[in-house]
Ligand binder design. Structure first.
Ligand code: SAM
Ligand code: FES
Length: 352
């Protein structure tokens, strides 16, 4: 009993320190992340911080999954090139523009073009696509999430009008990075890409999977320090979920509790950050996204991809929202967001 009281007091001290200074030492992070304690106070604190900055507003991002081809072979990912069972597709320019039109009519003011690293989507093809979208919807933001590319390519896409770029760093611990990726991929290159994106002028998002194989509380502490030092505009985190056709097929998926705890800690560490309650979180628990919002998240990313390709963008098993039309998805999410005490708004939802 006494021990629990002590743990509670110590954790409260660390949380207060984090809320005040927005940083902790690696050891303090590791203790806070690795110690079990009642999380209600932490969630309330994180929710208060998000409400002070963003009120009860939730921003929506229309996710368009443009290609399931990928030249990479990340061990966790269902669309890795080594998965011969994956069904491959890529959307045409017309299909992508149709998704944007449908999304715009449904109230989306940000489009996220995401996909595997598909050599078909060259520097020029993507630049052409981005400038066409910006020509049609000058008020809307375009986010790209197309993996690692050279400086020149990122710059061309930025100049074509792309506003934001999502590139999860996956883990800030080099050794852990090497356990999640084949030798052809490098931790240094991933980090260099993030720096380049920031230098070019994008609003940048990094992030990681929670409880991916071999992740330790130490490596999570490094992730948190990366966030407080790099200060990205967005951070995408969600539980790792195993996929049957990957080397990690028998690995345990990440938990709801740990993901919510990390969302709340990120909100306290970096109060203004744009923080999605992800589809992966909604996949491991029926109320995952609502609980994510209550723990400090302020963004949701419903799917705008054509219904017939959604099942093919299979990053992990049992992914939700693969059978609905975009309009059904947003209707369902509006109800969910309201039930949690928040409100979806028609807004680009820039970093404040
Ligand atoms: N190719 C781009 C890239 O690498 O950034 C974007 C697509 S990639 C599929 C988007 C994100 O999905 C990855 O950054 C990874 O964190 C997440 N992801 C992949 N496999 C996953 C899994 N099995 N469970 C949870 N998230 C996963
Ligand atoms: Fe390329 Fe997953 S391995 S998107």
């Amino acid at each position: 009993m006494l021990k629990w009281v002590y743990v509670g007091v110590k954790m409260k001290e660390l949380i207060n320190k984090l809320a005040e200074n927005h940083k902790l030492s690696l050891q303090e992070w590791e203790t806070l992340i690795g110690t079990e304690f009642l999380l209600e106070d932490l969630f309330e604190k994180a929710d208060n911080v998000r409400r002070e900055i963003y009120g009860n507003q939730v921003y929506i991002r229309g996710l368009i999954e443009i290609s399931s081809y990928c030249k990479n072979d990340c061990y966790y990912c269902g669309i890795r090139c080594g998965n011969k069972n994956a069904q491959r597709y890529r959307l045409s320019k017309e299909q992508i523009l149709d998704c944007c039109e449908a999304g715009n009519q449904l109230g989306f003011r940000t489009f996220v073009l995401q996909g595997g690293e598909d050599p078909f989507f060259t520097k020029d093809r993507v630049a052409d696509l981005v400038s066409e979208i910006k020509k049609r919807y000058p008020e809307n933001a375009v986010t790209l999430s197309l993996g690692e590319h050279d400086y020149e390519t990122y710059r061309t896409w930025f100049e074509a009008g792309a506003d934001r770029y999502l590139l999860r760093h996956e883990t800030a611990d080099r050794k852990h990075y090497e356990k999640l990726h084949p030798p052809q991929m490098s931790f240094e290159h991933r980090m260099q890409c993030l720096k380049n994106l920031k230098e070019i002028g994008y609003q940048v998002g990094c992030g990681f999977m929670v409880e991916s194989p071999d992740q330790t509380n130490r490596s999570l502490a490094q992730d948190m320090q990366l966030i407080t030092e790099f200060r990205p505009e967005m951070v995408g985190i969600g539980p790792f979920i195993s996929h049957r056709d990957t080397p990690f097929r028998n690995e345990k998926s990440g938990s709801l509790e740990k993901t919510l705890k990390l969302l709340a800690l990120i909100r306290l560490a970096h109060p203004h950050v744009l923080l999605p309650a992800t589809t992966a979180l909604g996949t491991i628990h029926p109320q995952g996204r609502e609980l994510g919002l209550k723990a400090g998240a302020n963004v949701v990313m419903p799917n705008l991809s054509p219904k017939d390709v959604r099942k093919k963008y299979s990053l992990y098993d049992h992914k939700i929202c693969t059978g609905e039309e975009a309009a059904e998805c947003i209707r369902c999410l509006k109800l969910r967001v309201e039930s949690a005490g928040y409100e979806i708004v028609e807004d680009r939802g820039d970093y404040k």
